[in-house]
Design a protein around this ligand. Sequence first.
Ligand SMILES: Nc1nc2c(ncn2[C@@H]2O[C@H](COP(=O)(O)OP(=O)(O)O)[C@@H](O)[C@H]2O)c(=O)[nH]1
Ligand SMILES: [Mg+2]
Length: 179
Amino acid sequence: MNTTRVKITCVGPPRSGKSFISNVLAEICEAPSSRYRPTVGVRIVEVEREKVTCELWDVSGDQRYSSCWPAIQQGVSGALFVYDAEVQTADLETWYHSFATSLGLTPTQCMLVCNVKRPDMERTPQPPGRFHALKECGNFCVVSGSTLAAFREAFGAFLDKAVASQEAKVRSEEEALLK
Ligand SMILES: Nc1nc2c(ncn2[C@@H]2O[C@H](COP(=O)(O)OP(=O)(O)O)[C@@H](O)[C@H]2O)c(=O)[nH]1
Ligand SMILES: [Mg+2]
């Protein structure tokens, strides 16, 4: 059976857990490592689903690599925005602007991931105000050690939506050309 290939970026502030989340989705690991290894530029992992193969681009949160972003953003069908549940998320909007709005991605093609590093957190974190559109289309996930399997499922559903949005966009561009 043919599989569709999609490219998705994984972005957000440094140390928010992007590389851990990417490893979970690619089934490389189930638990965070004890030592922090900052991502140099970008790394690519593959997430295999039944009908979709996703190239997940795990992007460094360090702004010094921003000159590489145009190459990284080429041909993306969606983006994951990761933040740490315990850290103020003021710059998440800037990430959203660079990796979604400016590329014409819709909320359906974006997923917000709240990474809960401490399992004893009392309240379920809510998405920052500007991101409610993502919650409304089901693209908001709170990830903790006990929800990794559910997160993989939610990511699978997100991929299907991102592929459908991308295909609809290509169709409407083709139709516009034929007019
Ligand atoms: N305890 C715990 N540590 C985490 C979790 N996610 C990430 N970390 C740790 O936090 C640090 C930063 O994570 P990393 O995925 O490298 O962040 P990145 O800079 O956004 O890619 C690393 O030391 C991870 O092992 C988590 O859910 N629980
Ligand atoms: Mg990283």
